[in-house]
Design a protein around this ligand. Structure first.
Ligand code: KET
Length: 448
């Protein structure tokens, strides 16, 4: 290895170059490129002439295609965003109420937040994921920094690890949320996968998972979905989590939890934090990225948090000082509005209660859509075993439809989903279930 490659900044740069090269393999060799040094006045060529068009994002690009479709039948089941029975985006009542309180409070100003964000928000976020009585919090062993939603929290955590942790590889489940490999590669980590999902059983490949983590070099980082695994909807049982914990601790593998769906899996915030709390209860260290996009419906507010649970208060405070050095040159400090909404709700007993009720209603509606879709396929006699639709957990169903069937449903039925056959159950309603069931039925009977 060249010595220059040893610095995290260089690793990030070469990762970035690889990333960009990866999206430019369709470059036409005949393309005439502008020379940046040609510089004569009147040149019609842009200095960016050589820039090739990048493909749309595999998830957010689905919405781009959906928006262009003029059919009244069109249905977007791509991005994981909650919709009401009427197919409309939802702003929670408790969020509206919190916003009103913030607007009415004339003492509030728009000054910069500290680099680590809103102090109340950080304390309350750690409590929400780790539990109000968490010894790690009481012993001041947790540092929490407000970040730009779940993605930003993963990125800051990844970059901190690339700079300060002795191992540089992160193991991610196969499959996982499509942005994970990109976030961690650009943060300066190497990405490897571990077996997670078995397409035959449409369940967890627990044996494969244990084997792969068992043969990972000691000390490596492991990305775990705290609950409601995306895209598969398959979570380990509590007993399996305990086995995973024992294996990881015995090999000193460092857990990095992605908690994007707390409350969305079961409708209960504590139950959905079980995996994280299990790992924190043994006194070991871990990272947790939290998002309020889904569970508070704050998607566009970009509000989330990164917590690092350490062995001692002293380590935690030094870690926090280094997190500030990651954040300051990246975006300086986080936005104030979304975090203020969250803090307002989390610190008021009544508002917190109101939130849990609205959250449970969202989770229940999703579970109800699972049942309706399953029943609709059964009543059509659609070939195949569709019981995974009701067994899977969280926002998504990993249907098992192949990319050809997905393309067929888009073309013939104007139904949009990611090409891996993932559908966002939260985008469905009683009104649209029959249309989706018709499309799935046609896809599986015509295209095997
Ligand atoms: N982790 C997971 C597992 C995840 O599914 C998402 C978003 C995020 C993190 C990041 O969310 P943020 O909005 O940064 O808090 N997933 C949905 C949206 C997206 O792809 O951005 C999705 O899979 O549809």
């Amino acid at each position: 290895m060249h010595s220059w490659a040893a610095s995290p900044a260089d690793r990030r740069l070469s990762a970035l170059i690889r990333h960009l090269e990866g999206s430019s393999n369709s470059m036409d060799s005949d393309t005439i490129t502008a020379s940046p040094t040609s510089g004569f006045s009147g040149s019609r060529n842009s200095v960016f002439e050589h820039v090739v068009r990048a493909p749309e994002d595999p998830i957010l690009g689905v919405t781009v295609a959906y928006n262009k479709d003029t059919s009244p039948l069109k249905l977007n089941l791509g991005v994981g965003a909650y919709r009401t029975e009427e197919g409309k985006p939802l702003v929670l009542n408790v969020v509206r109420r919190a916003e009103q309180m913030l607007v009415n409070n004339s003492s509030r100003v728009k000054e910069y937040l500290p680099i680590v964000g809103l102090a109340d928000f950080n304390k309350l976020s750690a409590k929400l994921i780790l539990g109000a009585d968490s010894p790690a919090i009481q012993e001041n062993r947790v540092t929490t920094v407000q970040c730009l939603s779940g993605t930003g929290s993963l990125r800051v955590g990844g970059e901190f690890l690339a700079r300060h942790y002795h191992q540089r590889t992160i193991y991610i489940p196969q499959p996982t949320w499509g942005n994970h490999p990109k976030v961690f590669t650009l943060a300066g980590l190497s990405v490897k996968t571990f077996r997670y999902y078995d397409p035959v059983t449409r369940g967890l490949d627990f044996q494969g998972l244990l084997e792969d983590l068992g043969s990972a070099p000691s000390g490596e980082i492991v990305l775990l979905h705290a609950c409601a695994h995306n895209p598969t909807g398959v979570d380990p049982t509590p007993q399996q989590w305990e086995q995973i914990r024992q294996l990881m601790r015995s090999k000193a593998l460092l857990p990095f939890f992605d908690s994007a769906y707390q409350g969305f899996a079961s409708g209960n915030l504590d139950a959905d934090a079980h995996s994280v709390r299990l790992f924190v209860a043994d006194g070991g260290e871990c990272l947790v990225a939290q998002s309020y996009a889904k569970n508070m419906g704050l998607y566009g507010e970009r509000v989330g948090a990164l917590s690092i649970v350490c062995k001692s208060a002293d380590v935690a405070s030094r870690v926090e000082s280094q997190l500030k050095l990651v954040i300051r040159p990246m975006y300086s400090n986080p936005p104030i509005h979304g975090a203020s909404i969250v803090a307002t709700i989390l610190k008021d007993r009544n508002m917190y209660q109101e939130w849990t009720i609205e959250l449970k209603a969202m989770a229940d509606r999703i579970i109800n859509m699972r049942q309706q879709l399953f029943d609709a396929l059964r009543s059509r006699g659609t070939p195949g075993d569709w019981s995974h639709i009701i067994k899977q957990i969280g926002m998504f169903t990993f249907t098992g439809l192949n990319s050809e069937q997905v393309a067929f449903m888009r073309k013939e039925y104007h139904i949009y989903m990611t090409s891996d056959g993932r559908i966002s159950m939260a985008g469905l309603s009683s009104r649209t279930v029959p249309h989706l069931a018709d499309a799935i039925h046609a896809a599986v009977t015509r295209l095997v």
